[in-house]
Structures are given as C-alpha cells and as structure tokens.
Design a protein around this ligand. Structure first.
Ligand SMILES: [Zn+2]
Length: 222
C-alpha cells in the first residue's frame, strides 16, 4: 500500500488543459460562513496559486464536513460527495471562494518539495475534501477519483503558476494521514495528467473524417 505521506506529483509545463468546465454548485447558504472561516490571500489570488492539497474528511457525509466551516474552525474550497449522497455522480460542492485562503493546512505545515518548504500553505493553495471515512471498508468511488481529478484539471487550466498536487499527510505528517492509504494516488495522477472526457473529445475532434464513400460494406449510409 502506498504511503499517503509520500503522495505528490508536479504538473508539467506542457499539457496544461484549456478551459476545463467544472460541474460545481455552491453548498446551500455556505458563502457567508466561508468568508468568516477563511482569510484574504497574502499572494495574488490568481498568480499566487502554487498547490492543490488533497484531503479526505474521515467522516461519513457532506453535511458533517461542512459543519466545520459553519463553526468557523476550518474550511476548504471543494467537497466531493460520497456514494450515498444525491450529488454523487453529478457535481461537486463549492464550499469556499477560490480567491480566499481557506483553512485546510495548519500554519507551520510544509514540505521542502512544495514551493521550497514555504509555510502558510493556505495562502498559496486550494483545498479539496473528499467524503470518505478513511477506513479500509470505505472505498473511494471511481466517480470521486474522477471528480477530484477534474477539479485539479480545472485549477491547472486556470492558475498559470500551479505546480504541486500534494496530500495533506505530506504537509503535516505527524498529525494527518489523509487522504489515506486507500486513495489510488497513481490512478488519480494519470487522470489529472491525461484527463478523461475532455481528452477523449479533443481526440475525436482532431481525428480525420472517415471517407464513407470508400468504405467497404458501407451499410450505415445506404
Ligand atoms: Zn486534511
């Protein structure tokens, strides 16, 4: 099993996707809480973004996850719903304004591999929480992995200086293990780097048109 404390890959300078559409909805009534549970970024909100941090909630529901934002104790930018929730397979929850520094990594959490070990990671990162109990019986669904990769691709397209994709566990190894040993990091990395539907549709769009007249046994067009 891979160790979440080692989970990281860096985005190459080539292959940056263009204009990824993200299926997201604001979590109902969360914005005013999100403003209170976040800070003004100390870097440029667009050019200053260097990292995306991957978390798992260690809980059972989106409702439980957003309660920390409502209490004002922590926050994150997106929440990926669990299999038994209505939104699963449809969209992810937006839970904090991207332009704000959400509170998802503690102040002194850092790693030399992530922007040369700069602390105050929240100020130069975006945080994604995936609803998962982090126990062995609770597998991440394929859609959860794909949706998380999709968010990262959306960020990669949008933030020109984004490089690092890293686990919370790597940034805070003495206190955190998320997203957990059950998170398929290699598969996730491939989905981020090579995409899914958008990569396929780009291939289809660039494929040469078949010459139907020349096809043998052409039944479809008779
Ligand atoms: Zn975390």
């Amino acid at each position: 099993m891979a160790n979440p404390k080692s989970f990281q890959f860096d985005l190459p300078s080539s292959g940056r996707p263009k204009n990824i559409n993200l299926a997201e909805e604001w979590y109902p009534n969360i914005q005013p809480y999100a403003i209170r549970a976040s800070s003004t970024r100390s870097y440029d909100p667009l050019l200053g973004i260097r990292a995306v941090v991957i978390h798992a909630t260690a809980g059972l529901s989106s409702l439980g996850a957003v309660s920390v934002i409502q209490k004002g104790s922590a926050s994150f930018h997106w929440l990926v719903p669990d299999e038994n929730e209505d939104q699963h397979g449809k969209f992810v929850w937006a839970t904090c304004h991207e332009a704000r520094a959400a509170w998802h990594v503690r102040k002194w959490g850092s790693h030399p591999d992530v922007w040369d070990g700069k602390k105050m990671v929240n100020h130069y990162s975006l945080g994604i929480e995936i609803v998962n109990s982090q126990n062995k019986a609770d597998r991440f669904s394929n859609w959860q992995i794909e949706a998380t990769a999709r968010i990262v691709r959306y960020c990669w397209a949008k933030y020109p200086n984004l490089v690092h994709v890293v686990s919370h566990a790597k940034l805070d190894p003495t206190r955190r293990t998320d997203p957990g040993i059950g998170f398929p990091w290699d598969k996730f990395e491939k989905l981020v780097l090579y995409g899914t539907d958008d990569a396929v549709s780009a291939l289809v769009a660039s494929a040469p048109k078949p010459n139907l007249a020349a096809a043998d046994g052409d039944e479809c067009c008779m």
